[in-house]
Design a binder for this molecule. Structure first.
Ligand code: HDC
Length: 279
């Protein structure tokens, strides 16, 4: 465990985040601080821990580490305390969960508890998996451990989805989203993204997680956790289609890139807050 990293934010950060995941000017609760129901969309929970100092060095853990070869592989977010404050001082404690050897690639998982400094209570827990191409073959375990909801791979039912939401991202989506704290050049610098194997800078995984999470929230209400695998890249300007199936208090979902028909989020699901589901 590390010493904590402080993240202090206010309504400006909340509005910037909501806009970064596609909130529209008419969505007053998401874009106007004087709205009676002004709020952070639930996936805001991935933001406070993003820049936290990890108590280890990636170069020491992985063979041939190159930041250009790093992709966000999976994300699990737990919202441990609602309502999410619209301004607060939080503290995050990242730690290394595991490193898995996929042959060609290494998969590294970190886990971060985030607490509210004012109350001392947990507010968010995140697990982030990065998939590093070219860093495998170090003789590590081939499978990760089972950590319950954090590692669940959800299977969509065979029936048609219960709800579908489509939303176009903008050409500037990644240029805007990076202002929330992830300034990885992969999302803005054409030379860097070329070297990483992409024709143009790609969208942040956490941005399209946020867009899908917004579709879930607007369709089914608040959730206490959400888990996704980033199955394929998204280019800014592409349209996302979130397909959702409600199964008890869970929503299973996947997200496709409409222009290509390919999945960008797979194996995904969320657990709704009991009694709060709107459908
Ligand atoms: O799935 C492929 C892919 O391209 N996914 C999309 C990646 C992406 O676009 N991510 C978002 C953008 S990158 C980003 O946002 C970076 C960000 O700025 C920084 C993140 C920092 C977060 C940390 C915060 C603290 C790809 C390339 C990932 C894998 O595809 P393939 O190489 O074809 O792999 P495949 O042959 O299907 O499987 C090999 C083994 O790996 C496992 N696996 C597959 N996809 C995975 C994954 N594991 C984790 N995450 C994924 N997304 C497979 O299960 C398989 O393992 P096994 O053989 O044991 O079954």
């Amino acid at each position: 465990e590390s010493d904590g990293t402080i993240f202090e934010y206010d309504d400006r950060d909340v509005i910037l985040y909501n806009l970064g995941i596609g909130a529209k000017r008419g969505d007053l609760p998401f874009v106007y601080e004087n709205s009676d129901s002004f709020q952070a969309l639930p996936t805001f929970g991935v933001i406070p821990c993003f820049g936290a100092n990890h108590p280890y060095n990636v170069d020491d853990i992985m063979l041939n580490f190159s930041p250009m070869m790093l992709l966000h592989g999976e994300q699990y977010l737990e919202i441990r305390k609602y309502p999410i404050p619209t301004s607060a001082k939080l503290v995050s404690y990242p730690k290394l969960v595991e490193v898995v050897d996929k042959g060609n690639a290494a998969v590294m998982v970190s886990g971060t508890v985030t607490k509210n400094v004012a109350t001392g209570e947990d507010i968010f827990y995140n697990e982030s998996t990065v998939f590093v191409r070219g860093s495998g073959g170090f003789g590590g375990p081939k499978k990760g451990s089972n950590r319950g909801a954090a590692t669940t791979v959800y299977q969509p039912p065979k029936r048609q989805p219960d709800a579908v939401v489509e939303e176009a991202t903008t050409q500037e989506q990644a240029a805007l989203y990076r202002l929330n704290g992830d300034r990885n050049p992969l999302h803005i610098d054409p030379e860097f993204s070329n070297m990483g194997g992409f024709k143009i800078p790609i969208l942040h995984g956490l941005c399209f997680l946020g867009i899908s999470g917004k579709h879930l929230y607007q369709t089914f209400g608040a959730f206490k956790n959400i888990k996704v695998r980033f199955a394929g890249p998204v280019l800014p300007g592409q349209t996302l289609r979130t397909e959702m199936w409600k199964e008890g208090n869970k929503v299973i979902f996947c997200t496709k890139v409409v222009e290509t028909g390919k999945l960008c989020i797979a194996g995904a699901g969320a657990e709704l807050i009991e009694g709060k589901s709107s459908k």
